[in-house]
Design a protein around this ligand. Structure first.
Ligand SMILES: Nc1ncnc2c1ncn2[C@@H]1O[C@H](COP(=O)(O)OP(=O)(O)OP(=O)(O)O)[C@@H](O)[C@H]1O
Length: 255
């Protein structure tokens, strides 16, 4: 079970308001994406949800339980894969489970195979390509006991070809394991392709200015990118990103 509820969240750094009154829910099994420009505060929001930072105001609740400022409730996958270079892929993948004292090697090997990494379980991360390392990191997040996974721009370092393959792969694995996912990206197409719902963040300070429910059926295929419905929605989302900037930024633009 995992139902995330973020209520009235605000955060300042050195007196500067970064997040303002953020409100967002993620239902169990839902794939929700936070879409916002660089520097808008997406990582700060994730750090608060993961308990690495405390907010100035507001709360984070998981399944009705207050977890604000607490670590360990959520599986977090950062932008870089963060695999330990001295541990094999299998040892890396088992890490989340090791921390809770109970490992399931058979399940790990099965998921490594499903991630297209069979034969690499005893290799060190350096032997894998960028996309393969991301898949290994994602298997580790999937195997950890927490059912809510935060994915912070996991594909940003990958080339476009690998990225599209990874999006399809992530969708298939999410459909199979039905984890609850909160995803961050500044790539509109990626957000539209993967999400059930998109929350758009403004900047300076960041707040949720608009939510879109994404109507496309699943599984989604690459040709979706060329459908008129997809392109129309992309245009609508882009308008919100371009026009929905905070007051400070509007002022800067007008000068
Ligand atoms: N520890 C900190 N101390 C002071 N300012 C910070 C700190 N962490 C983040 N900031 C500021 O908060 C703002 C939001 O940063 P954050 O990293 O959350 O944005 P982001 O949307 O994740 O950016 P990107 O997309 O580039 O990764 C930035 O202006 C950043 O300089």
């Amino acid at each position: 079970m995992s139902h995330l509820e973020i209520g009235h969240l605000s955060k300042n750094f050195a007196g500067k308001e970064i997040l303002k009154n953020i409100q967002l829910t993620v239902e169990e099994g839902e794939f929700v994406t936070i879409l916002g420009p660089s520097g808008s505060g997406k990582s700060t929001l994730f750090h608060i949800i993961g308990g690495l930072l405390t907010p100035a105001e507001g709360s984070v609740q998981l399944d009705g339980q207050e977890i604000t400022g607490e670590r360990g409730h959520i599986s977090y996958m950062p932008q870089q894969h963060s695999l330990f270079p001295w541990r094999t892929i299998l040892q890396n993948v088992l890490l989340g489970q090791e921390l809770t004292g109970k490992t399931d090697k058979e399940r790990a090997l099965d998921m490594i195979e499903k991630a297209g990494l069979a034969g690499y379980e005893n290799e060190l991360p350096d032997a894998l390509s960028g996309g393969m390392k991301q898949r290994a990191a994602f298997v580790r997040a999937l195997l950890s006991p927490q059912s809510l996974i935060l994915l912070d721009e996991p594909f940003s370092a990958l080339d476009d070809f690998t990225r599209q393959d990874m999006q399809e792969w992530l969708q298939s694995i999410w459909m199979k394991y039905k984890k609850t996912i909160l995803f961050v990206t500044h790539n509109i197409e990626e957000a539209l392709f993967l999400s059930d719902r998109i929350a758009i963040l403004s900047t300076k300070p960041a707040t949720v200015i608009k939510e879109f429910k994404i109507p496309f059926g699943r599984p989604r295929k690459k040709d979706l990118f060329f459908s008129s419905q997809f392109l129309d929605l992309k245009q609508e989302v882009s308008k919100w990103i371009i026009n929905g900037v905070g007051e400070g930024e509007q002022d800067e633009r007008n000068h």
